[in-house]
Design a protein around this ligand. Structure first.
Ligand code: BDR
Ligand code: CA
Length: 313
């Protein structure tokens, strides 16, 4: 199996961090060409810092980390310190990064990489608001048809919303960017809240991370310890949902996931439902399917994979 080339576009975030660690722990399946940070959970300065902290935690100082867009296309930035803490990575105490940011803008890295690599061989993995990806598509429309696939975390249908009653955070923060991406024609796989709320770090699962006894295992346990308080209070759930790792787990073991190929449109007009992912799950329109919308995961298989891979770091 040749490793799939990916760019991770991210706003770490504890769950982003675990998604990145899973990718870096899986070189047989995934080749991370670079990481682009975007403003989201916390402002860009912090997401760009956190991405480097995570690479260093994994011992992968060779991965270039770029800073991308510092605000959504048309709106002021909304952040989520209430979920992720002031730093975005609250929980473990991790050293400041030694590696500098890579030179250049994250959007240009996305464009240059897609032009430099063979067409159809690079997958984009957005784990935050879609600002960098949409900006790259607007600036360089020629790259759109060169993208192999976009596998992203965002949206919800049955779970409706987490940041508003009807919208999931990543899509709500930059709905215009999401609209551009969903209309791009690139094959898209979506990990919405419908599936990520099934990937819950229960106590035994978190104990298994901690029991690895490694720097990475303990840091991941401490991240989810912090991150879980929000979902436990809000949803009464058993633990933290590992939203973003669903994206990287899908690249490694797609058979753990199931969904439907449906049409997904983004609400960009209504104040009430801004950023809603209107997924035609029941096929009640004749709008053309544009995304594989995932609804289910084999959660035990997912956590077995994650624990086994984190142990390698
Ligand atoms: C998404 O928003 C962020 O808080 C998480 O990192 C995840 O990408 C979940 O709605
Ligand atoms: Ca994220």
């Amino acid at each position: 199996m040749t490793a799939r080339k990916i760019i991770i576009d991210t706003d770490p975030g504890q769950d982003d961090a675990v998604a990145i660690l899973l990718a870096l722990a899986s070189p047989d399946e995934i080749e991370v060409l670079g990481i682009t940070a975007v403003a989201g959970n916390v402002p860009l300065e912090l997401t760009a810092k956190n991405a480097r902290i995570v690479c260093e935690l994994a011992g992968r100082t060779d991965i270039p980390v770029f800073a991308g867009c510092d605000r959504p296309l048309k709106r002021p930035l909304i952040t989520a310190e209430h979920v992720h803490g002031k730093t975005g990575l609250d929980g473990p105490v991790l050293p400041d990064p030694q590696i500098p940011l890579a030179e250049g803008h994250g959007v240009d890295f996305i464009i240059d990489t897609l032009r430099a690599q063979d067409s159809g061989t690079v997958t984009l993995c957005p784990l935050g608001p879609l600002t960098n990806i949409a900006t790259a598509f607007q600036k360089a429309p020629d790259i759109v048809e060169r993208v192999q696939e976009i596998v992203l975390m965002g949206g919800a249908y049955f779970e409706v919303g987490n940041i508003t009653p009807t919208a999931e955070f990543n899509i709500h923060v930059d709905p215009e960017a999401a609209d551009i991406v969903f209309k791009s024609g690139v094959p898209i796989v979506v990990m919405p809240l419908d599936v990520t709320h099934k990937a819950l770090v229960t106590k035994p699962r978190n104990d298994a991370f901690r029991a690895l006894g490694t720097k990475v295992g303990i840091a991941v346990a401490e991240m989810t310890d912090f991150f879980e308080r929000f979902d436990k209070e809000k949803y009464g759930s058993e633990g933290a949902p590992l939203h973003d790792p669903c994206v990287t787990a899908y690249l490694i073991r797609p058979e753990l996931f199931s969904g439907r190929h449906v049409n997904v449109e983004i609400e960009t007009q209504s104040d009430l439902t801004l950023g809603m992912t209107v997924a035609d799950w029941w096929g009640v329109t004749d709008r053309k399917p544009n995304a594989l919308f995932i609804g289910d995961v084999d959660a035990d298989g997912f956590f077995a994979l994650l624990t086994e891979r984190l142990a390698r770091l």
